[in-house]
Design a protein around this ligand. Structure first.
Ligand SMILES: NC(=O)C1=CN([C@@H]2O[C@H](COP(=O)(O)OP(=O)(O)OC[C@H]3O[C@@H](n4cnc5c(N)ncnc54)[C@H](O)[C@@H]3O)[C@@H](O)[C@H]2O)C=CC1
Ligand SMILES: O=C(O)C(=O)[C@H](O)COP(=O)(O)O
Length: 319
């Protein structure tokens, strides 16, 4: 006999969101913060979202019935850093696939602000200065290298093709990609970087991608290149990036993610010339939660059979 699944969400869901979930499977949903939820841990079958501050070694033994975690994020490296969780048979699904639209718009907006000198113009406005800049340029005809061609990388490529850019991409396996002009495997990352006016990183953080962007990578880029990281801070060696910008080895960079978040008030990154910072906001959108819950609801319908579920993370591979 099938049992009613006990679902715990660490964030508040609206009544209509809860109703939709209940229509997708026989379940009971509790929305509680970790502290208030502790008394229920023993009964929980499914965790919807998780708290990055949670000590998994202390938490897992309190949830002996836990069978499935669905994360609202795509990046799951913090969960997978816990060896006991990685080796457990708890199913992990993520929200890969929901971030493409806001993040492609964020990246395109960043590139246009830089290329069209909008940042400088708005700084001049604050000083009531009417300066007609001569530097505004076009993205049209320029080359972008997209490193990591998953759901974000593909949507970014589509947006960049739409403004007339040439797109080269770095990917582990060769596939046919409608919005990519030239595909490089990871062995040829340097070749792709050397062609690019804009480098966009959309990789998961894994042992293979940890600090992939170091001085060696920055040295392969054009002196006029602009570097954008929206993936995870640890994909970049931040000291090497500061050196590359300070020595004018590359022209500019934009970071949405950092090795330490929130970025400490005294971090030297705040003041680096030509470095543009956003506080991990590239994926924020009013559509975020509903898009993630749609994946969850789809999976809840088929969870009893566990066949064909979307976004199942390969816990050993890391994404
Ligand atoms: N700034 C933000 O708010 C957000 C950041 N992210 C980050 O972006 C990452 C990517 O997200 P999605 O595109 O949704 O994930 P995804 O899983 O759809 O795409 C990741 C792609 O990277 C490829 N990949 C993995 N290792 C690689 C390597 N060594 N070399 C080249 N390609 C490699 C995979 O094959 C896959 O195609 C997430 O893992 C997360 O860390 C995701 C969403 C929001
Ligand atoms: O999906 C991800 O990966 C992200 O980085 C999110 O957009 C933000 O997720 P949290 O890091 O706030 O869980």
């Amino acid at each position: 006999m099938q049992m009613t699944l006990q679902i715990l969400s660490f964030i508040q869901l609206s009544d209509s969101q809860k109703d939709l979930i209940r229509k997708s499977g026989d379940c009971h949903i509790n929305c509680l913060r970790p502290k208030e939820a502790a008394v229920h841990y023993g009964q929980i079958d499914v965790l919807l979202g998780y708290d990055a501050q949670m000590d998994m070694d202390a938490f897992l033994p309190q949830m002996p019935n836990l069978k499935w975690i669905h994360t609202y994020s795509a990046g799951v490296e913090r969960l997978l850093a816990n060896e006991n969780f990685r080796r457990s048979d708890i199913l992990l699904t993520n929200s890969r696939g929901i971030h493409g639209i806001p993040m492609a718009e964020h990246i395109l907006g960043t590139m246009l602000s830089f290329s069209r000198c909008l940042i400088e113009a708005w700084e001049n406005q604050k000083a009531h200065q009417w300066k007609r800049l001569t530097a505004p340029d076009e993205l049209y005809g320029k080359t972008a290298a997209v490193v990591g061609l998953g759901s974000i990388g593909r949507e970014v490529s589509k947006h960049l093709k739409n403004v007339g850019m040439r797109v080269v991409a770095v990917k582990r396996k060769k596939t046919t990609e409608p919005f990519v002009d030239e595909l490089f495997d990871t062995e040829h990352l340097g070749e792709a970087l050397s062609k690019a006016d804009y480098v966009i990183v959309a990789l998961p953080l894994t042992p293979q991608t940890h600090q992939l962007f170091d001085s060696r990578a920055f040295n392969m880029m054009k002196e006029t290149a602009f570097f954008i990281n929206v993936s995870r801070g640890d994909v970049v060696n931040e000291d090497d990036l500061v050196d590359a910008l300070s020595s004018k080895r590359i022209r500019g960079a934009s970071l949405d993610v950092f090795a330490e978040e929130p970025l400490p008030e005294d971090s030297p990154l705040w003041d680096v010339e030509n470095l543009y910072i956003t506080p991990h906001h590239s994926s924020i959108s009013p559509m975020y939660l509903d898009r993630s819950l749609k994946i969850f609801r789809n999976n809840l319908q088929i969870f009893p059979q566990r066949i064909g579920m979307l976004n199942v993370v390969d816990k050993m591979r890391g994404y």
